[in-house]
Design a protein around this ligand. Sequence first.
Ligand SMILES: [Zn+2]
Ligand SMILES: [Zn+2]
Length: 830
Amino acid sequence: MHARTTALFFVFTFGAFGANVTLAQNGKSGYAIVIGTDASPSERHAAEELQNFFEQISGARLPVSTHAGPRMVLVGDSAPLRALKLDISFRDLGPEGFVLKTAGPHLVIAGGRLRGSMYGVYTFLEKLGCRWFAPGVSRIPRMGTVAVPPIDETQKPAFEYREPFFSEAANRDWAARNKINGVLMKLDAATGGKIQYYPFVHSFNTLVPPDRYFREHPEYFSLIDGKRRAERSQLCLTNPDVLRVGVESVERWIGEHPDATIFSVSQNDWMGWCECDNCRRVEQEEGGTHSGPLLRYVNALAAEIEKKHPGKLIDTLAYQYTEDPPAKVRPRANVRIRLCPIGVCEAHPYGQCPYSAYFMKNLNAWSKITGKLYIWHYNTNFAHYLLPFPDFDELAADIPMYKDHGVVGLFLEGSVTAGGGAENAELRSYIMAKLLWDPRTDVKAAIDEFHQAFYGQAAPPMLQYFEWMHRQVRRPPAGLGHHIWIYDSPGAPYLNADFIDKAAELLRQAESLAENDAVRARVRKARLGIDYVRLTRAKRFQIDGQSYRPDDLNGLKDRWSAFVARLGGFGITNLSESSRLTRDEGDFDEFVRPYAAVTLENEHLRVHLVPELAGRVVQILNKRSGKELLYQPDPSAKQYPNLGGLTVSPYSDYVTRAPWPARWTLAAGGTATEATLEGSCENGLRMRRRLWLEGPTLRTQTVLENLSAEPVEALLQSRWEVDPGPLDAASLSYRTQAGAWMETPFIQPGRQPSGSESYAGADQPDGEWMIATRAGGRATVNRFSKDQVARCTMNWTAKGENRVGLTIASKRRTLKRNETLALDADYGVR
Ligand SMILES: [Zn+2]
Ligand SMILES: [Zn+2]
């Protein structure tokens, strides 16, 4: 890594004819680094960096001066530079561009005062062979003689905003040396500062706080299902007072955050758009898009802000329900749209994967209506930060693709937590930085160089591991062609047993080759993801007589404790975006234990209930086919095993996501084919649920009763999660109440392989709906009383698993004391 050479170092890729500029010979130099008397802080810092690294490279320490001399390395604009009359157009270079240029005996590295000259210095050092792979892992070549061939080169960044969002990328010096400028980076005045947002994202509740306004002005907030709401709501964007309050908030933010240049006016991180007549009318005018009312609002706000603050930018999102672009309204010049491809497959270049076609359509449309598009790109598994995430082919193709679509800013979201440690976080950050500066970067060469430096003697098996990981997803014949998603579970198909075994073997080889403790620790850290997959697989619950539990509970507990201790050794604080490791530990202690199970069985079905798990049916085995009907949740899921299966719960309305929690127990008097459960909620609601087998059907009757003195508005929802096998061969079939026969395939061209649909009134299934395999194979059927049911909701996903959830919801009623509400439903096979 630190080979000493005295040969002429000739790494420049191109240059004009002429004599070399020999900056050092045999460790000696007559050159001085020359800066202007009014050099910017980053130019002064760059001169020191050049002085230090050049000394490490050559042994010669160049003085830093403001005076002209016979041999100069000129950093930034200065009187001695101007005296050379090179006619450098600093205006064209902008704040971050630079020129590298030989001029007679001199070398010129000059660019924008903000960061340009500094970036020029780092680029020059890279041309000499320097690399800053990760904080603490660099490659600085050694050579007594440094000869620079003639050069005249101008560089500007491909993107104005460049952010690899990983804890590992925040380090000040690493970030400056790799030319990134995002909000996370600890860049100070000496390193040229950075792009500053305020707030960063999802700002509606800060813009118009419900705590402050909802009580007196519920009309500021979304009308959802007939009611203005403060919880999980957005804003009523067509209300003029919401514009006035929004402008006041942004003006206050500008006053309080003078360094920020871009202010986010963006939806909260959930659905809940406004369904009022005005908002709907605007949506219709804008081609039926939710982005229509949003962008009209943001434009109006940005127009007001521009009057007093012409230099400030307003940011908003094209995300989830606003991802489709509007038909008419166009972003103003001081508005930045951040388009978020959250639903795409991350294995394949977006233009080449059918599941990402929907996004390419949106990207094309947005890029036609704004020349200042930003992208929020996803770069890790947010549910399991440690999992192998083979998206480097995608990344290497899509950053240039964004450039071709005129994108000017990229936020590359990874994992930012106290302890960092997401899979390949250092490599990712490094490759991202290179691509963000220059999308034509040779990614394969950069990955190789990184591995050589980061893993030393262990690099060959680590590179093989990296390659194998990507073979799992590359299109045949190069690989197995699996797709990957940002919430994949350790049970996802691309993490099949063959791959995990092969990966474990390569990582074992790498560990044995590691030449020192630092490298060994890096290999062991990389191995955490593979061990995590194996650990979660050992956590799967199964029925063992009258108990529902993992196979080897004590062994599992020991493995989990040992694993948590290893994570602690690396300082890792989070395994996922949604919770800290300490909470995962708490969940493990709370949920991973034996539960009493009840079995119902006839000649067709074997059904297991676990009353303590929210009265859940956890398995329904079709004895004829040997197939399990219910989707079996991945053991890595939060609060596993208390999820999935078949459940019934009481809710206050159709919008609120969480039911009233109920405690369930088994009532006395069951038989081999029948059981009754009793559930009670703290608000005085009681449920009695009878389940029994009749032929190939599990029948259920649930009665909700209000035992409290107060009237309660309530409804019952029954949800079952089915495993239909591969979803591309399955469809949902039913007759509507209006009499139409519907047969809808789950996977449709040009769409994501997941989604959700709700049916009410005439569109609702007429008392029966089923999931059928199209080849005429088995069907799973849910029958219900159409007089009791007011809504049916179906959601499905083929992202890393095959799962369909069918939910029926009863009518909503106000129950006075001792009044009841019933929901009957049958579940079975055909
Ligand atoms: Zn509205
Ligand atoms: Zn794909």
